[in-house]
Design a protein around this ligand. Structure first.
Ligand SMILES: [Zn+2]
Length: 292
């Protein structure tokens, strides 16, 4: 079941470590750097990948590095090396034939991260999401630094309150559960818990909003839009510090299954050793995603 990118099965062409398809693959390594002035966060992925999956990783890691990689002494010098490496690895992948269009044959192992999506991987919407993601990273890093230096004690007091709240409410969080959550506009949204980890809540946020807190909801009526969708903010996967999620006043509605497809974003986050939002990312995301 691993989506691990370090899978090597048999030569000459092991199946793609990401999508599991038995198509020509090549061994590639992509690096990502996020510069945070005094710190840096790096991630890499390596394994036998098909052309489509390698291209997807290239875009994700390279765009993030391109936008958020430069901020810092070491980062400034590491970033061009990573970019050159990623371009070099992409060239290797581009020598492979284009794999057939997903979804793949039904006897294929279930691990089909992108196959559930209706659009091919190169579609503009995914690309724009990646760019948005990179912008969010930069903004959150900036916001994090400002709060650290300017509002240190205020943040500490707030965190204390929220931690107390998390102690009293922690039992109520359940994987797969739908919650009504409050937003800064006074409306209510719906969030689903995909995964619970110590101190971290991985949620999906639907685009539907309600003027009053809904008591029940038909899960089939819930949908995701684009991040810049004027209808409402939605996102497939958002890793939140537990206290941030609890600050949204979540109220349990009902419990659902969590499908493999829903865990795709979480798996990618895990592989990339992604970060966790310790401030409410919604206003930042909203104000930084271009409207269409
Ligand atoms: Zn693949």
């Amino acid at each position: 079941m691993s989506t691990g990118a370090s899978v090597a099965v048999s030569s000459p062409s092991p199946p793609c470590a990401k999508c599991g398809m038995q198509v020509p693959t090549t061994f590639v390594t992509f690096h990502q750097n996020i510069g945070m002035l005094v710190m840096r966060q790096t991630a890499h992925v390596s394994g036998y990948l098909c052309r489509r999956c390698a291209t997807a990783y290239f875009k994700e890691y390279t765009l993030t590095t391109l936008l958020a990689g430069w901020w810092g002494m070491i980062s400034f010098f590491v970033t061009p090396c990573y970019l050159i490496n990623n371009l070099w690895e992409l060239r290797k992948a581009q020598r492979l034939p284009v794999p057939p269009v997903l979804p793949v044959s039904p006897e294929m192992p279930v691990n089909i991260p992108f196959g559930e999506r209706s659009q091919p991987i190169d579609a503009g919407s995914r690309k724009s999401k990646l760019i948005n993601g990179a912008v969010i990273f930069s903004v959150v890093v900036g916001v994090g630094l400002v709060t650290t230096f300017v509002e240190k004690h205020r943040v500490a007091a707030l965190t204390g309150c929220l931690m107390m709240a998390s102690c009293t409410q922690s039992e109520s969080l359940r994987t797969g559960a739908l919650y009504s959550v409050s937003s800064e506009t006074g409306a209510f949204g719906i969030a689903k818990i995909l995964v619970l980890e110590p101190g971290v809540v991985h949620v999906k946020i639907y685009k539907q909003t309600f003027p009053t807190r809904p008591k029940s909801i038909d899960p089939a009526s819930l949908t995701l839009g684009d991040m810049g969708d004027p209808d409402g903010f939605s996102i497939e996967h958002l890793p939140l510090a537990r206290q941030v999620f609890l600050s949204w006043d979540p109220v349990f509605i009902s419990r659902q299954n969590v499908s493999d497809a829903e865990l795709e974003g979480y798996k990618m986050w895990k592989e990339a050793r992604g970060g966790v939002f310790s401030v409410d990312p919604r206003p930042i995301i909203k104000s930084n995603v271009p409207r269409r």
